[in-house]
Design a protein around this ligand. Structure first.
Ligand code: GLN
Length: 380
């Protein structure tokens, strides 16, 4: 059969998690917590099932959950999305991204991708018939940044959509107000749509705030905002997320969504809605992960790894060029097999071959797991 994605293999996350399991390595590769969620959330979902909420919910999602999402966005970012027409619950952020691209991108349309980029973006663009146009982040003394002049230069009459991600996986880059100003200037005289992947919205460190595009009416008017309960509530395996967008954009999104998954499982949606009715400790989540970041960084401070800055997400990138000249993929494999700590090569987030001697660790782990990994990494 002629492949639609000839260059695609199995995702690096599956490959590295399988290798970690096979070798017994501490898995700091694939991004997921190794601790459980709040038992109250499990109770809320269990109760919903016991009450018999086990059949199809409405296509766009359980109304109580859409309403809770709308309230949350308004409280945090000051933008009111109409829960009936402007919010849809999705099967994680991955399905949201796929459906946005299928809804917006016509064959031959260009989509701007900022590299390094989450690995689902480019295959999703291609399946939609689009053409990815790459803009590389710059790596300087203060970590990664976006060169907005380069991004502006990448826009052509064929550009349909820009895919943005902040806080950024894998670099930990976080959009600043100055980035928002540059972005606003660039898009204001265009028809460009934006898909803003904000799944790590509550993991922003050092007192900074998350610059959701929902805060900025001019940008919100052309944006799909994407988030994931998997990250926020430590339940990546539940695969529940959402999209918020102005009504006209959401209408097109739902046309695809209804034939892509139709809808998302009822009891988890209802459980999440009831759980969200209580005050939410989003600030505590940033604090919780900042402590883990600081612990992990402190442990590597005197090692041969060079730590890159991490302002958000639960990922830490390190430069290993003082240790090895192996390719990132070979180094990640070596680290897993020989040192017993799995990592993700950052080259997996590039699409035209890019090696910079950097791998990514996930620090969403119990302190004991981090300590175990640190002991092994310090010994290199
Ligand atoms: N987003 C997670 C990561 O970056 C992995 C998700 C997945 O396995 N597809 O590690």
């Amino acid at each position: 059969m002629k492949s639609k994605l000839p260059e695609v293999g199995t995702t690096v996350f599956s490959v590295m998690s399988a290798l970690a399991a096979e070798t017994g390595a501490v898995n700091l590769g694939q991004g997921f917590p190794d601790f459980n969620c709040d038992p109250l959330l499990i109770d809320a979902v269990t109760l919903a099932m016991q009450e018999g909420h086990n059949q199809y919910p409405p296509m766009a999602g359980v109304p109580a959950l859409r309403s809770a999402i709308s309230t949350k966005i308004q409280q945090l970012y000051g933008h009111l999305y109409d829960a009936d027409h402007e919010i849809t619950v999705t099967a994680g952020a991955t399905q949201a991204i796929m459906s946005i691209l299928l809804a917006c991108v016509h064959p031959g349309d260009e989509v701007i991708v900022i590299e390094p980029a989450y690995d689902s973006y480019v295959p999703a663009i291609k399946l939609a018939g689009g053409v990815p146009v790459f803009v590389s982040m710059q790596l300087g003394a203060n970590g990664y940044s976006i060169d907005w002049d380069q991004l502006a230069a990448a826009i052509s009459p064929k550009t349909r959509l820009l895919l943005l991600n902040s806080p950024h996986n894998p670099t930990g880059f976080v959009l600043q107000e100055s980035d928002i100003a540059a972005l606003t200037r660039i898009v204001q005289h265009t028809q460009l749509l934006i898909a803003s992947d904000e799944v790590y919205e509550h993991m922003v460190f050092d007192g900074q705030r998350h610059e959701s595009l929902a805060r900025y009416p001019e940008l919100a008017a052309r944006s799909y905002i994407i988030s994931s309960f998997g990250k926020t509530y430590h339940v990546t395996g539940w695969k529940v997320g959402f999209v918020a967008a102005p009504r006209a954009l959401m209408t097109e999104f739902r046309k695809v969504h209804q034939f892509n998954v139709f809808t998302v499982n009822t009891p988890m949606q209802l459980g999440l809605a009831r759980y969200m009715a209580a005050p939410q400790p989003y600030l505590e989540l940033a604090d919780f992960y900042q402590k883990k970041r600081d612990k992990f960084r402190a442990g590597l401070e005197n090692s041969r790894f060079k730590l890159l800055p991490t302002h958000g997400t639960y990922f830490q990138c390190v430069d290993y060029s003082a240790i090895s000249q192996k390719s990132e993929s070979e180094f990640a494999q070596w680290l897993t097999r020989e040192i017993g700590v799995a990592a993700i090569p950052v080259s997996a987030f590039y699409h035209q071959g890019h090696e910079s001697g950097i791998v990514r660790f996930c620090f969403a782990k119990q302190d004991a797991t981090l300590e175990n990994a640190l002991q092994r990494l310090q010994a290199i």
